[in-house]
Ligand binder design. Sequence first.
Ligand code: FEO
Ligand code: CA
Ligand code: CA
Length: 628
Amino acid sequence: MQDADRRLSADDWDELHFPRPEENDFDRVVESAISRRGFLGGVLAFGSGAAAMGAGLLGAASARAMETSRFAFTPIAAQTDGTVHVPEGYGWKVLMRWGDPLFSEADGYDITDGGPVENSDKVFGENTDGMETFSFQGRQLIAVNHEYPNEDINLPASQDGKPVSADDVLKLQNIQGVTVMEIAEGPDGWNVVKDSPFNRRIHHNTPMKIVGPAAGHDLLRTEADPTGTSSLGTFNNCGSGKTPWGTYLTCEENFNGYFGSTDEAASHDEKVAAGFARYGIKAKSWNGYEGFDPRFDTSKNPNEPHRAGWIVEIDPTDPQSTPVKHTGLGRFKHENAEVVLARDGRVVVYMGDDERGEYLYKFVSNGTYQPGAETEGLLNDGTLYVARFNDDLTGQWLPLTPETTGMEAAEILIFTRMAASKAGGTTMDRPEWVAASPVAAEAYCCLTNNKNRGVKPNAGGDDTSANGPNPRDTNRYGQIVRWRPADEDHAADDFDWDLYVMAGNPTVHADAYAGSDNMNEGNLFNSPDGMAIDSTGLVWIQTDGDDENQGDFAGNGNNQMLVGDPVTGEIVRFMTGPNGCEVTGLAWSSDLRTMFVGIQHPGSNWPDGGTPRSAIIAIKRDDNALIG
Ligand code: FEO
Ligand code: CA
Ligand code: CA
């Protein structure tokens, strides 16, 4: 190497001496994504696929969109303060905060000292995330996730919020998981129905069933459960889903952080060790659970982490029901579960694995959903696929089978990441929520950001050079990819795709980091994460990004919720959260006159001026008109 090359990294040296061609197919994909004109051209380029978008919607809506905006409000400006903002003509109110009682016996639960361990499983949990609403016997139910604790707030007496006793651990375990609760709207707005028979907390010690093709496998067996079919607790419950038969799906994301080892010299067999490496299970857990609860100690229970990382089904209408972990949906860092029906009634579940350079998946059931008929097996008896995106705007769902992966069927489900690598999926920029349109055969996935894109491979060693839907190295802004299944059928193997938006900052950059043409000074955002599509087809986007409002992120303000027109690509800002927060979780009341939105880990003293408290807010129009 010559002197002039000395300060270059190996990657830079490679690029200098073996440069990529000036322009290739991949560059043209980026170009078409950046230019809205090119993007709309891209829509036309779908050709026969244009029909797959729902010709009625595309034709009618695009004509309408040219004349008038589909948004019923005046977009708001970015904000940097400590409260929530919504457009003129709308209002918001806190529905539930961490620590609010679900039952009278928890009245007086005081969070100023972190809350007593007694009754900590009878109050609304911490860090609200994915949620879904259910209408049952004329009642309005909500199931909602509590993703992780804010230890310094939850355990204020402990240094840095680290548990110092089994009670501290139990308190943290009790305030995570899932809440099911009944709510009702009265003259003062929405409130929880305290002591409703439907109110329920599901946490880190709630008994669960494990079902599906991997249930009972050796890798799922422990001393406490030699059958490998029952476990305790659900962990790091991030996004959500809802089945056509009225159950709630909660998605276990960063489950790895709950397990550690009290014996750092402990060794594991090759398969277990490889799984720990790929899934990030380390010697120390986040909160030291392993020191107080041997279940989380991998030196004693090396298979326990295999019993987390699943999608869990909960019946919100039956408080006595046992939650079910579905191994058929694979094991990874599940973001959410978007359930749609194929044309023939098969159940399709879209799922992202939120880790840099991991994959996007779908499951297709063998059986079909028939209203009122038995649904058992529909989320397990089927095929799991990983997405491959080609640079020419086409893609395929690659089945994960013993033939395509060289792995046995149950191990494909337990070590799904390895199976996806072997099948040749496309490494993605952290797939967060997937949302499917109720009015067109298309689905969207937020790819939140990926500082490792083009920098280093994923934990499985897979190449993460820039590719079609993940076109920017060291991607700090994120993008939303959209696909349209062949024949308007979500069960189809093939799809066409485009980028709905590439977030960026056109006030700071003039290159690809300016983002696509539907980014502008009025809607700056970064790191799209939560997403839901309303009954009219509008795409609601929530952010979990850099809110320092400077440098690359100047003008972005606090994390926020925006809404996009799927046809024109126009995106406008609807809501801003208090500084420090992430906006996550979105569901509508059954009458569509209220939107419930989650405010997670607010950094200010929101909402009461005292201890910051994650909370669900209810947003309504002042005229009580439909809101989604
Ligand atoms: Fe829990 Fe990937 O967000
Ligand atoms: Ca998320
Ligand atoms: Ca996120």
